[in-house]
Each structure stands twice: as C-alpha cells, then as structure tokens.
Design a protein. Structure first.
Lengths: 345, 377, 297
C-alpha cells in the first residue's frame, strides 16, 4: 500500500476516534469516563513495557518505580504553592518543591523526562545483567524508590502522600498521550533501530557478532520505555488526584505485565487491545464480590474472590494461550485490507 | 471541555435524583477494607453496619438497602469503589471507611458528586478538611494524641517517651507527631523515635535500641497487625517500660495474639467497650443485641462506630424528612445531640464528632475500660 | 552500645538470618534446576504456618504431630502446583513459567484471604521455647537458638540429599542441562517433582519457624520474607545452597546491625536488601557463589 494512503487512513482514523471521544465525553457518566481514562493510561504503560520487554527482550520489573517518579514530579509541578503549604503539614517542603510550578503539559513532560533520566542512570549499570537478574534488580530499584518516597517527607510528604492534585488528566490528554506513545514507539520500531532491537531480543550474541553496539541500543529502548512509564504515572496521578508510596507496589508492575503478556509480547496491537480488555475485566470482576440473589437465595459477597478469579484467569491464559491474544502479529491497514479482500473472494 | 464534563455529570446526577424520588428504597453505600492490610478493622465495622441495618431496616416508610464494596485497603480501589457506588448503584449516602487515606481517596469522589459520606474510624484531620459532604463519627488524631500524652505524663507521671513509627502509614506518622507535640509541650522528654514499614515482622533491632535508651513509656501508633508482635518482641527482649497505642490497636483478639506480652498495655479509643462500667442505654442495647446476633464473638468499638455511622445517617434522613443527598448533608451538619453507642455525638464545624477519649488497659488477660480523659493541649 | 546490647543484636541477626537462609534454599533449589523464580514459594511458606494452626485448633493435634503433618501436606501442595502450573510450560519460554508462578502466588494468597480471612491469628508456642534464659544481662530466648539449630540440621540434610543420593545426582544433572539429562535416562519429571516437594517442605518448615519467632499468622505474611529471602538467594549466587545460606545470614546481619548502629536509617530497612543486591550484581553479575551461565549460541 502506498505511503500516502496509509497517512490518509491514519488521519481519518484519528478523526473518527476524536469524534468518538467527543461523544463519550457527552454521554458517559463519571464512572464510565474513569474506566476510559484508566484504559488510556494502561495502554501507555503497556506499550512502554512492551517496548522494553517484548521488543528488546529486557526483562524489567521496575515499571512501578518509573511511574512513581513521573507521578511525583508531575504532582509537585501542578499543585499550587498554597496547596502544598496545606499538604505538608508534618514537615514543610523543601523550598524548591514549595515554589516549583508548571502547566500540565510541561509537568507531564517533566515527569517523563525525570523518569527517563533515572532509566538511563540505573540502566547503565543494570542492563549488563542477564534476564532474571535484570528483573530482580529493576524490581529492587522500584522498591528503593518507594522506600525513599516514604522516608523523605520534605519532598514527597512521606506516607501521607499528595491529595487534591488538580484533575487535568481528561480523556483528551490521556488518549492524546496514548497516541503519542503509540506513534513514537511505532516509528522507533519501524526504523532501523527497531530491527536492531528485535535482533537483540532474538539473539543477542548474533547481534553482537554483527558489530551492533548492543548496550547502546538496550539503553535507548530502556530510556524511552522509562519515559513513557513516567508519563503514564504522571497522568495517573492527575486522574486519581491522590498518590502515596503504597500505590506503587509490585502489584502495579504486575498488572502492566499482565496486560503485555495477555496482549502478546512483541505486539503493539495486542497491548492496546489487552489494555482495554483487562482494565474492563478488572472492573467487571467486582461483580463476583457483591452479594448475589440467586433464585430467592441471597449469597453473601465474598471479599477477595475477585483477585482469585483474576489470578486464575492469568494462569489459564499462560497455560493455554501463552503467546497471548495477538502473538507477535500487528493489525495494520495492509492486514485489514487483506482480511477484507479475502472476504470478497 | 471541563465545563462540558461537569455539565454532563450534572445531567447524569439530575437524572439520578429523579430516579430516587420515584423509588421506594433508600440506598446507602458502604465502602470498607474487607481484604488487604486493614481487613480486620473493615470486617468488624461492616458487621456493625449490617447489624444496624437489621435493627432499623426502614426509614420514612422506605426500605434501606445496603451496597457493600470492598476497597481492598487500597487508595485507587477506594476511589473506584465510591465512584461505582455513586454512578452505578446511585446511593444517596455513603458509609466509610476504616483508614484515613482510604477515606480521603473515596472522599474526593463523594465531594465532587455531592453525596454525603460518613467516616467510621478515619481519624486524620485531613479527611474532612475543607469538605462540605464529608463527616465522621469519630474524633481526630491531634485530639487523640493529646489524650494519650496527657494520660502518660499527667495521670501516670511518665517523663521519658520513645516511639516506634510506621513510616509507610499516614495514620501512624500523624498520630506520632501529635503525641510528640503534646508530650513535649506538657514537659516530657522524647528519648528516641525509630521507624519501620508496614508489613515488617522483625522489630528486634529497633526495640533493642529503644531498650538501651531506657524510656518510661513507648508509644506505638501502629495498626493492630504490627502492634501485637511489637509488644511480643519487646517482652522477649526484656522491655519493662509501659507501652501505649492508639485506637487502631483496639481489637478483640489482642489478648489471644499478644498473650502475656500485652499485659498492662494501654491504648486510647472511642468511648465504647464491652467492659465499660457505666454504659449508656444505647451502648447496653448494642452490646446485648450484638451478643445475641454473634454468639461467641465480643463486640468492639469498630463495630460500634459502624453502627453509629449507619444510625446517624438515618437520624439525618428522619430530621430532613426526605432522603435526597443535599438534604441529608444539611441535616448531618446540623447534628447536635445524636445518641450513639459511642456516646452523645455532636458534629462540629469541621464535620468531626466531638467525644471524649476513652482508655483501655489490658489487665489479667482482659480488656478493661479505664474511663475517659480530657486532653490538655 | 554496651556489650549486652551488642550480643543481643548478634543473636537477633542470627535468628533472622537463618530464617532468611532457610527460605532462600527453597528458592535456590527450584531456580537451580528449572531456572524459574518460584514466586509461589512465599505463599507455600504462609500455608505451612497456617496448616499447623488449623491442625491444632480444628483437629486438636499435639504440636509436634501438627507440625510434621503440615510439612507433609505443604510438600504435596508444592508438587501439585508444579504439576498443574509449571509442568505444562517446561518447553515454553521462561517468562511463561515465571508469570504462571506469579499467578499461582496471587491465587494462593487470595484463596487464603477468602478462606482464612485477613484477621491475624495467634500462634501456639510450646512454653519451653518461650521462657527466656538470662545470661549475664543478655536475654536468650530458647527459640533464638532453636531456629538456627534446626535450620542447620535441615541444611545438612539437604546437602546430603543433593550430593550423596541418586535423586540428588539427578538434580545436579538437570541443573546443568535438562535435555541431555533426559537423554541420559534421568527421570526428569520425577526428580523435578521431588525437588518441588523438598523445596516446599523447607518453605513450610521455615514458615512454621517464622511463625514461632514472629507469632502471628496473616495471609500476606509470606510476601516480604519471601522477597527478601529470594534476594538473599540471588545475592549468594542463585542455584547454590551454600550461597543461599551465606546470603540469608548476611542479609540478617545487615538489616539488624544497620539499625543498631544507625538508628536513623531504620525507615529505609526494607531497601537494604535491594541496595545490597544491586551493588553485588554490579560487581559480580551472578552473585557471590553463582556459576557463570554459558552463553549458548
């Protein structure tokens, strides 16, 4: 298919999507909007982890740490000094924390940038490690961030966290950033760099033998991934309007990993679809914890049942469809056209 | 764009309001931690709410329907839970929760949607600060911390205090600060503050250090899960100082888990305990009803607060004469003398309940209600 | 710091460290053979402790009987987990089994929350373990000696199994090369099942001892010790039993001694393990005693 036509189709698709968002904004209630927003953020997070793990083969469990960095940086920047005055009620904030202020877009960007800097700084020593070791070391990094957040109240307000963070992150911001993430990562993967990354994933030694500076490319992928993890965290902070260190436990990374795996490691389409599916599933599963009236009998709700079902679903997916929804396939205009022309024939 | 969002929200809420008027039930949402770190407290409070619902199933001739959602001791879940109660179940009022950070996360949502929320045992001052729709049936931590400090310094004459604080818990950090502030203001001396993080189980290093500082009293603003093993380890290491804690240490199982190690432990609490001597009629009724409803299980102050939270909402609906959220909010704010299990309750200007600080001591393996104290700030 | 306090701290470190070591061995055994981080280990640990509780409160078994039974039941459970959740994934990419183990971990923990409830439960302790002995101002709890001693016995037993029995030989063969072991006639699946059985029995034993030392049961009690023990295993060189022991003891000493000498750092305690881990991995990427994995082309 010609390049021009692809661009046209993309622009059209974005236009239709924008219209849908506009309609959603008018017709959905707050609860549904919240889920839509969470979907957008989960997509950003899943895309970034898929870049790191699915396309470069770097087993990273540090996503929650980068999200925490993005969330804290962004929140500090968008809260007004007056707000911060009220929030830091046990110990006053550092002066620079107290006075820092920036508009939302810049704050999200800064959140991503600081996360990316951290990504590069921890990446330089850690990316030399083998896969499981890398996983544990990055997990360790995320835990260290959380422990530090608890212990430096003048920067993070400690366990009290932030509340009343301005709720700027609406559908437009969240899905806008999701599109940016998708665009940047698709472009990156379509370029020569993308081929090198996949080569590293599939056979690092062969890539090395070909004269590729493996470490530099790994670092690039990790840094870009950290950037979008930071952006996702920043948006999440503004969506929920409240953050504290407890939010950024390993469970958060696990949820993102679950989306990436369910969608298919190495499939961006898969990450997007699973981002939608799992966010909705997790919300829908609340049903199993509610009391049910069945044929006149009322069964009491069982707390904890939701995570039992969720974890069971995960085990079943991994046992029976371990390549995930999409495997490593992508949905493109070309493949769509293929489906339709086959339908006609 | 934001205006549009607000407008659509308002439309949805308006429709919801119409729906209430036609309905012959009053819907009350309950969000509590039924799983996760704070589950034991949440479950106790839920039982209190459910018992209250059984005793007073109707108001203004309408059936009261409860919708219970687990907030999993998690802030994100708490916000989601409240959102769901409001949008999907269309509740007119909300009860919850145990745990201040959970109450704050849920409270943001209630406040935005203009649905009244009554907290059970969330004692951090921030919960109701600047909020129109958020109330609580408990007192707040500065008051409680001052109560504990007054009792330690004035009543018991203890001059040197140490603290062991959970840095990962806002409740713990806050209460510690208020205790320290009052204790030093009264003339006491702080000889050491050591930290830990929720979920830790080994406190021997911190306790060994504290023992070497020789304090008269150790204040542990912990949740029950950690508090009991802290005391157990302190006893094993040969600690002889007095140990005190806050309302989160109130749990019927404390003597089962702590055994000999909790002997003499004192904690502040809300003014109700089954071992209370001069029980009000309400408290007596609650205790008897509870024992009939849950044989073999002692009532506890968390359950009493759950019960009170439910009843104070019903009281507000009765005074308002209708069950719409705005009317309930207005009536709640005007509560002057609600007769609850945890004493006569007035809602003050900051939407907190004013009630005295109770004290419970463990004596001979039993919880004994010592009486009440008026904090000197 | 006076001498009594210092000795007290050493005793504290020794108890904590040997508990970490015991849990770490379970991780290291499974990893050594399957290259799998068995996240479910920390839940097996928790269940072991709960089974003793139920054995005593529900069936009124005497304490030693309850303990042995609990270890056996937990070991069978470990084998079952392997059969159901890991065995079908032997040929799959390693991440699949890892995610499966995370799934099992979440599953078991939440099943425990549903059935046992989140209320902390008491632990029965025989009196002779509880009454402290006073030696020159140092309070020695028989428990603080009992735990390292029992850990030592179990470790020696394990070393015997791994290096002196046929099954042990099989384990070592599989850990070097699973496919060749197959071809050489090693009953791979049986050896792996035995490994899980032993690993889970160790987890149960350490769960029970953990509960004796920190006497309170909760469905989430395995998570933090599990994490730290796993780090201890990686730190010592995962796959090596001696490494797990050294890693566990080192972590125990660092956690206690840092708080003892720098009390202001107490709030950072949960990060020590990770900092230590990252530092060691930077210098020696496979841990202290870990073997260098060969790059397979």
């Amino acid at each position: 298919m010609r390049r021009g036509r692809t661009i046209l189709l993309n622009v059209l698709a974005i236009g239709v999507f924008g219209l849908l968002l506009h309609l959603a904004e008018g017709y959905c209630n707050g609860y549904q909007l919240q889920i839509l927003n969470l979907i957008a953020i989960n997509i950003i997070l899943a895309l970034s982890l898929n870049l790191i793990y699915g396309f470069t083969g770097l087993f990273s469990l540090g996503h929650a740490g980068f999200m925490a960095i993005g969330a804290y940086v962004c929140s500090i920047l968008i809260m007004t000094p007056d707000q911060k005055d009220m929030l830091f009620l046990l110990q006053p904030a550092y002066d620079w924390v107290q006075t820092a202020h920036a508009p939302f877009f810049a704050a999200v960007l800064a959140g991503g940038a600081v996360a990316a800097i951290f990504g590069a700084v921890v990446g330089i020593p850690l990316l030399r490690l083998g896969d499981d070791y890398l996983g544990i070391a990055t997990l360790g990094f995320a835990e260290i961030i959380r422990v530090v957040a608890n212990n430096v109240p003048r920067l993070t307000n400690g366990a009290l966290g932030f509340k009343g963070i301005p709720a700027y992150a609406d559908l437009w911001w969240n899905f806008g950033w999701a599109l940016v993430a998708l665009y940047v990562i698709v472009r990156l993967l379509q370029s020569n760099t993308g081929n090198v990354l996949k080569a590293i994933r599939d056979n690092e030694i062969a890539a090395k033998a070909m004269g590729v500076d493996v470490f530099r490319y790994k670092l690039l992928s990790f840094t870009v991934g950290s950037f979008f993890a930071g952006v996702g965290g920043a948006l999440l902070a503004s969506l929920l309007t409240t953050i504290d260190p407890k939010m950024f436990l390993f469970t958060l990374t696990f949820n993102v990993l679950m989306i990436v795996v369910a969608g298919g490691l190495g499939s961006l389409t898969g990450s997007v679809l699973a981002g939608i599916g799992i966010t909705v599933l997790l919300e829908w599963l609340r049903v199993v914890e509610n009391p049910v009236d069945l044929l006149g009998f009322s069964l009491p709700g069982i707390p904890g049942m939701r995570m039992v079902v969720f974890s069971l679903a995960l085990i079943v997916i991994i046992l029976f469809r371990r390549e995930g929804l999409m495997g490593m396939r992508e949905l493109t205009w070309r493949s769509l056209a293929g489906v339709f022309s086959r339908g006609k024939a | 764009m934001r205006k549009l969002l607000l407008l659509s929200l308002a439309v949805v809420l308006g429709l919801a309001n119409l729906a209430f008027a036609a309905d012959d039930t009053v819907k009350i949402g309950v969000f509590l931690p039924l799983t996760g770190q704070n589950a034991f407290g949440g479950q106790l409070e839920l039982e209190g709410v459910q018992m209250a619902n059984k005793e007073a199933p109707t108001i203004l001739g309408k059936k009261v329907e409860l919708f219970v959602v687990d907030n999993k001791s998690d802030k994100v879940e708490a916000a989601n839970a409240v959102q769901r109660l409001i949008e999907k179940e269309k509740v007119q009022a909300i009860i919850g929760t145990y745990g201040s950070s959970l109450a704050m996360a849920g409270g943001e949502v209630s406040e935005k949607a203009h649905i009244p929320q009554v907290g059970t045992s969330c004692t951090n001052p921030l919960v109701t600060q600047g909020k129109k729709y958020i109330f609580r049936v408990c007192f707040i931590d500065p008051y409680q911390g001052a109560g504990a400090a007054t009792y330690a310094f004035k009543t018991l004459g203890l001059k040197k205090a140490a603290m062991l604080v959970d840095v990962a818990s806002d409740y713990s950090v806050g209460l510690a600060k208020y205790f320290e502030r009052s204790f030093t203001k009264l003339g006491g001396q702080m000889v050491g503050t050591l930290n830990y993080q929720s979920g830790d189980q080994d406190f021997t290093a911190q306790l060994t250090k504290i023992i070497s500082e020789k304090p008269d009293v150790l204040f542990i603003p912990s949740y029950f899960a950690e508090g009991a093993i802290i005391m157990k380890q302190a006893a094993e290491l040969g600690a002889t100082f007095k140990i005190m804690g806050g309302d989160a240490m109130d749990n019927p199982k404390i003597t089962d888990i702590g055994g000999k190690a909790v002997e003499g432990f004192t904690h502040t609490t809300f003014p109700y305990d089954p071992s209370m001597k001069n029980m009000s009629a309400m408290a007596k009724k609650f205790t008897d009803d509870w024992r009939a409803a849950y044989p073999g299980k002692e009532p506890n102050v968390n359950s009493a607060l759950g019960y009170d939270a439910y009843m104070i909402i019903l009281d507000a609906i009765k005074r308002a004469g209708k069950a719409d959220p705005e009317a309930i909010t207005k009536a709640l704010a005007e509560t002057k003398a609600f007769e609850g299990v945890t004493g006569k309750t007035a809602i003050n200007a900051t939407h907190d309940a004013e009630k005295p600080v109770g004290l419970v001591v463990i004596k001979d393996g039993k919880k004994v209600y010592e009486g009440e104290i008026v904090p000197e700030l | 710091m006076n001498l009594a306090t210092f000795i007290q701290n050493i005793l504290n470190s020794l108890t904590l460290g040997s508990l970490y070591a015991l849990v770490a061995i379970g991780y290291t055994m499974v990893y050594g053979i399957l290259r799998l981080i068995n996240f479910a280990h920390s839940e097996i640990f928790m269940l072991g402790a709960y089974f003793v509780f139920w054995g005593i409160t529900l069936v009124h078994l005497p304490w030693p009987v309850a303990m042995v039974l609990a270890i056996l039941v937990t070991a069978s459970l470990g084998v079952l987990v392997d059969q159901v959740a890991y065995r079908p994934l032997r040929d799959a990419p390693r991440i699949s089994a890892l995610i499966s183990s995370i799934g099992v971990s979440f599953f078991l923990q939440n099943v425990a929350i549903v059935f046992f409830q989140a209320i902390p439960r008491e632990v029965y302790r025989p009196a002779w373990l509880e009454d402290p002995i006073l030696v020159h101002g140092v309070r020695v709890l028989p428990l603080t000696l009992f735990v390292p001693l029992l850990s030592l016995v179990l470790m020696l037993l394990l070393v015997y199994i791994v290096y002196r029995t046929k099954t042990g030989l099989g384990m070592r063969a599989i850990s070097k090369d699973i496919e060749t072991s197959y071809l050489m006639g090693v009953p791979v699946n049986r050896v792996i099942a035995v490994t899980f059985g032993i690993g889970s029995a160790l987890a149960a034993a350490s769960g029970i001892m953990w509960a004796l030392r920190y006497p309170q049961l909760q469905p989430i009690m395995g998570t933090i010790p599990g994490f730290k023990a796993f780090i201890a295993a990686v730190f010592g060189g995962i796959g090596s039993i001696q490494g797990a022991v050294i890693g566990g003891l080192t972590l125990g000493f660092i956690e206690i001694m840092t708080v003892a000498f720098f009390p202001d750092l107490a709030g950072y305690r949960d990060a020590f393990a990770f900092v230590l881990l990252i530092l060691v991995l930077m210098v020696k990427p496979t841990g202290l005693l870990g073997e260098r994995p060969e790059d397979k082309v």
